[in-house]
Design a protein around this ligand. Structure first.
Ligand code: DC
Length: 265
């Protein structure tokens, strides 16, 4: 079973997806971390991806995305993998820097980079029951996902959450207004970029469940998704056993028809 969780930057996808995966015992795949890893390699090699005339840079980043596999690893004591590796190199902390936040947009807009990472994501999803989060999981990576959730929240609320998360990492209880404004500007910039790019733009699948989390707690969002997943799982199991029963009925009817025809002969 695939649970696709898409949505804009700061909508709470990662927090929610991890908790849902933990509750259901599913694997978890953070596809944003994959784009960030490739962006980090672009920074490392000093590639220029914003100037379309830098063909050599574009070719090089495509080569990296195609040749350097991305994998995830466990931190001791944590139930879900939180370490990110590209070609075996640990880039867990490097991919969360403001430089990488900026570099990731042009990298994720390239169709060939997307194709290479989409392939890796599909391979992973075929192997495990997975909660997969990103921007295009329900539309491109797994359009046949059994449950598709599109998380939204106002830009202001998303900025407030991100700023609070950053402050808490530094041991503070609150973020100040300036921090929130700065993050809000970055969120609006990324929303615009992610939604307007040609390749797999951020968009809700027509059959996705749009969940506005502005006034919901994380626990409420997780409980709602887990309940929907369980319901969907039950429906899928029923559909499957219904299809099997129909197949069996068909086979029995065929056998009977064959026997009747032979008797008549
Ligand atoms: O979820 P995130 O903020 O870590 O994602 C980083 C960037 O990667 C984001 O700007 C959009 C891009 N991305 C994407 O284009 N497709 C995905 N499936 C996941 C992320």
């Amino acid at each position: 079973m695939i649970i696709a969780i898409d949505g804009p930057a700061g909508s709470g996808k990662s927090t929610v997806a991890k908790l849902v995966a933990g509750e259901l015992g599913f694997a978890y795949l953070d596809t944003g971390a994959m784009y960030r890893s490739v962006a980090w390699r672009a920074l490392e090699e000093g590639l220029n991806l914003t100037d379309p005339l830098c063909v050599a840079s574009v070719n090089r980043i495509r080569q990296i995305a195609q040749a350097e596999p991305i994998s995830f690893g466990y931190t001791q004591g944590e139930p879900l993998p939180s370490k990110v590796f590209i070609n075996g190199r640990d880039v867990t902390t490097q991919i969360r820097t403001p430089e990488c936040d900026k570099a990731v947009s042009p990298v994720s807009a390239d169709p060939e980079v997307r194709q290479a990472l989409t392939q890796q994501q599909q391979d992973f999803g075929r192997e495990h029951d997975t909660v997969m989060e990103g921007r295009d999981i329900g539309t491109v990576v797994f359009p046949e996902a059994e449950l598709k959730v599109f998380l939204i929240a106002t830009a202001k609320e998303r900025a407030r959450r991100r700023a609070l998360q950053n402050a808490q990492k530094e041991g503070r209880q609150q973020a100040d207004d300036d921090e929130i404004e700065l993050i809000l500007a970055d969120i609006l910039r990324r929303d615009a970029y992610d939604s307007s790019r040609e390749a797999a733009p951020l968009a809700a699948a027509s059959d996705s469940w749009e969940l506005d989390t502005t006034d919901m707690t994380i626990e409420q969002v997780v409980a709602a998704i887990v309940a929907a997943a369980q319901e969907r799982n039950g429906a899928v199991a029923q559909e499957r056993s219904g299809a099997q029963a129909q197949e069996r009925n068909g086979a029995v009817a065929q056998e009977r028809n064959g026997a009747v025809a032979q008797e008549r002969k």
